[in-house]
Design a protein around this ligand. Structure first.
Ligand code: SF4
Ligand code: SF4
Length: 373
């Protein structure tokens, strides 16, 4: 396969200039104009950040991308899907409130915000896949599949399950509906925390499979009947239903690559990763530790595999920040020769995601880095 081009710029700016202008230049030089945006719906997939977290991408970055789309005649919107776990982004109402709390609004970003899988994470499109190992029919947030063009705007950082979070984490996991996320995280069957269950029966009413009984006085899910649709997670307002996360991390990485294929296939797609405030863990946490690396820069590419590889390589070439989670982990467990993400998150192997995505034809790990000044 031919090398993919990944465009890169660092975050240095002379006095009086803004890094936002650098992002605009990066998009221009990476060939944003090659996409025919005219009259098209354009989903900009972003992570709005869990309230309390301060390392998520500020709305200012999204504004640059939305404005660039609008200048080219497109109709952009910012989007994400609901989470599987308890938190403040598990239904569309709380998710939008959290986004607003973190500064995302039509005023700040120049476009609307849409939670792609609806109020309770059940509004999904089924995308058939061929040649995949695990996923035969991906479950993707409806608004994301209804759009004409998909742009990934991701904050590049560490991730406890996949090593790092970049373009493919943003698209593969992030665009999955609740059932889609369940399928990636485990065999797709949720469980009940009895202590939290108030026996309100809301979950049972939402279950189309009659899989929830109350023989013990608390909700219990019969995994023989459960089809893993995830509706009960959205129905429970007491965070009593959870995803047990029982798949191996390798299977999770491969499924994420397969979900990325579902999101990008058969339509134009473009990817931007910003490696800044590089936290050790995902922006899904309601807090963040100090950065593990210095601010690295911004990447743009038509290839979601190449951009992840390039960002990982650049990060791995950086010296860890002193007194960070990464430097603690290096001192505790390893010498100098290591992969930053694997040493932070033992048991993860981000290369599995990239290798599998490459096998599926999502993109290539071989890239040419083009520096933009
Ligand atoms: S919706 Fe939640 S609290 Fe209500 S019965 Fe089901 S598990 Fe228990
Ligand atoms: S995941 Fe779906 S099928 Fe399974 S118990 Fe919950 S609502 Fe029922």
């Amino acid at each position: 396969m031919e090398k993919s081009k990944v465009y890169f710029t660092d975050l240095r700016v002379p006095e009086g200039k803004s890094a936002l202008a650098k992002l605009e230049r990066l998009l221009d030089q990476a060939g944003f104009d090659q996409i025919d945006f005219d009259g098209k719906f354009v989903a900009i997939k972003i992570h709005f950040g869990e309230p309390g977290n301060l390392s998520f991408l500020r709305p200012n970055w999204a504004r640059v991308v939305a404005d660039a789309v609008k200048r080219r005649g497109g109709k952009p919107f910012l989007t994400d899907c609901n989470t599987l776990y308890a938190g403040r982004r598990k239904n569309a109402l709380e998710h939008l409130e959290s986004a607003e709390e973190n500064g995302f609004s039509p005023l700040s970003t120049g476009c609307q915000l849409i939670i792609a899988d609806g109020l309770k994470g059940t509004d999904e499109a089924l995308v058939p896949l061929e040649g995949t190992t695990y996923v035969k029919e991906a479950k993707i947030g409806r608004a994301i599949m209804d759009t004409d063009i998909i742009i990934s705007l991701s904050h590049f950082k560490g991730h406890e399950a996949t090593g790092f979070g970049g373009a493919m984490k943003n698209l593969g996991m992030g665009c999955g509906s609740r059932a889609g996320k369940m399928e990636q995280h485990n065999a797709g069957k949720p469980e009940v925390k009895e202590k939290k269950c108030r026996a309100c029966h809301a979950c049972a009413k939402s279950c189309g499979q009659d899989a929830i009984d109350f023989a013990s006085g608390k909700a219990h899910i019969d995994h023989e009947k459960c089809v893993g649709c995830g509706r009960c997670l959205g129905a429970c307002n007491f965070d009593a239903i959870f995803n047990p996360n029982d798949d191996t991390l390798e299977a999770l990485c491969m499924k994420m690559a397969e979900y990325t294929l579902a999101v990008v296939k058969d339509r134009p797609h473009f990817h931007i990763s910003i490696a800044k405030d590089i936290s050790p863990f995902c922006d899904c946490y309601g807090g963040n530790d100090v950065p593990i690396l210095p601010d690295v820069g911004m990447f743009a590419s038509f290839d979601p595999v190449a951009i992840d590889q390039a960002a990982a390589d650049k990060c791995n070439a950086q010296k860890p920040m002193a007194d960070s989670y990464l430097s603690d982990m290096i001192h505790a467990h390893h010498g100098d020769d290591h992969d930053h993400f694997c040493v932070m998150h033992p048991g993860t192997n981000w290369e599995v995601t990239l290798e599998h995505a490459e096998r599926l034809g999502v993109g290539t790990r071989s890239y040419e880095l083009v520096e933009v000044k």
